[in-house]
Design a protein around this ligand. Structure first.
Ligand SMILES: Cc1ncc(COP(=O)(O)O)c(C=O)c1O
Length: 432
């Protein structure tokens, strides 16, 4: 693995997306043309799954129409299909910042890949070993590890978070680390309240006690650049349906770990990478779509920077720089508007000076209406928000917000300032 991030970072552009970029980008998403009760649909449900651009839809249908075949056959469609799958691995490696396409395995979703990896890692644990998880995370980065720890007789330690701003208690985290720590499972960002965790710092600390680090980048991936080399993690999982692709999961791992760990797989299946970690026949059309989604983001970077010749990784760096700046503006607008609604509570970092500690995913509650009532009300006006715990069940329980949970408003780069205004008006009407 080479570390090329510092060289690439010099290419990062400093411009946000302009209105003309935005028009062009939005025109690529057929779903954005949908109407609900006479209102244009405004998708604030990105954290639950993003919409897909036409190039992704075309890639999936092109695969099914022209390449549809199983792996490693001695005929045209199978060979072409295998070539496409190789391209998908290369794109996925660029996406996570690795130059080794074989170190990315595809699978049905992040949860299934993580469950499977946890079973393999647990074979290396014994009674007295410890596993660290956080109370902030989606349950997919909690239960696989607590279940695996129970199988191995290992003990689970939980990193707590501050109720005031939903950031992790880093001092307590440090106090949990010891030479007994075998695994640290961290989310790059909270899918419920948008907290961005200081993963690089947390990984360094875990490394200093010799622990293996698993990162859940599912919520992070549509918003910011993943860099497994710079972060120095051991495993990272994400899901293409959260970054404008189809329902496919991805797991990256450090080569020596993927090579040496025992994988639960069928006997004739490959012992070599990446096949060793890809159980059963894959969703090939989904992989074609995941490849197209990564290329869509890279093209966004080329378009926004005006540098058409950027290689894919450099283009991804440029894309995420543009996306972050645009989303940041939109998030500030949303936060200002929410603060102006009497009684509305924003959970998580609620401070314009700390925007580098959050993603544009806001969870709110209001004393006049529960989360489902608010989601129903604004949904009927075409504003799609989520309600409940979104599987970050430890967090909503800890905050005493069950059974209703919170309303989650997720912004991604295809959302607009007008949509945010419409949502704020609908929310004011609902709770006013
Ligand atoms: C932060 C986070 N982790 C994990 C998952 C689970 O991902 P998947 O649906 O691919 O299993 C989700 C899904 O919402 C998520 O938001």
């Amino acid at each position: 693995m080479r570390s090329n991030s510092s060289k690439l970072k010099q290419h990062a552009i400093t411009m946000p997306l302009t209105p003309s970029h935005l028009d062009k980008l939005r025109a690529q998403f057929p779903a954005l043309a949908r109407q609900v009760n006479g209102h244009a649909a405004a998708y604030f449900d990105g954290p639950g799954g993003t919409q897909t651009p036409q190039c992704v839809i075309d890639a999936v249908s092109h695969y099914l129409a022209h390449l549809n075949a199983n792996h490693e056959g001695r005929f045209a469609t199978s060979r072409e299909s295998d070539e496409l799958l190789d391209k998908a691995h290369r794109a996925a490696a660029d996406f996570v910042g690795s130059d080794d396409p074989d170190t990315v395995a595809f699978g049905p979703n992040m949860t299934t890949l993580t469950m499977s990896l946890s079973r393999s890692l647990a074979r290396t644990w014994k009674a007295g070993d410890e596993v660290i998880v956080t109370r902030l995370d989606h349950d997919a980065n909690y239960s696989p590890w607590t279940l695996a720890a129970a199988d191995a007789g290992a003990e689970v330690k939980v990193v707590e978070f501050s109720h005031a701003d939903c950031t992790l208690d880093l001092e307590q985290y440090r106090s949990l680390l010891s030479d007994r720590t075998k695994l640290v499972a961290i989310g790059c960002a909270s899918n419920a309240v948008g907290t961005l965790n200081p993963v690089k710092e947390m990984i360094q600390q875990a490394r200093s006690v010799g622990a293996t680090v698993f990162l859940d980048a599912v919520h992070y991936a549509p918003h910011a650049l993943i860099d497994v080399v710079d972060w120095d993690c051991d495993f990272l999982a994400c899901s293409a349906y959260k970054f404008f692709g189809p329902h496919v999961g991805m797991l990256w791992g450090r080569r020596e770990l993927l090579d040496n760990l025992f994988a639960y797989k069928l006997r004739p299946a490959a012992d070599s990478l990446p096949g060793k970690w890809m159980t059963g026949t894959q969703n090939h059309e989904g992989l074609a779509g995941a490849l197209a989604a990564i290329d869509y983001i890279a093209d966004l970077g080329r378009e926004a920077s005006g540098e058409r010749s950027l290689g894919r990784r450099e283009a991804l760096v440029a894309a995420y720089s543009a996306i972050a700046q645009y989303e940041n503006q939109l998030c500030r607008q949303l936060m200002d508007g929410l603060r102006a609604i009497d009684g509305m509570r924003i959970w998580g970092v609620d401070d314009d000076r700390r925007m580098d500690q959050r993603l544009p995913t806001l969870a709110v509650t209001h004393p006049n209406k529960n989360a489902a009532e608010i989601a129903d009300f604004v949904g009927a006006r075409g504003c799609f928000v989520w309600d409940g715990h979104y599987y970050a069940i430890n967090l909503t329980e800890e905050l005493g917000l069950e059974p209703h949970g919170m309303v989650r408003i997720g912004l991604v780069h295809y959302n607009t300032s007008d949509e945010v205004d419409r949502l704020l008006t609908a929310l004011s009407e609902c709770v006013g």
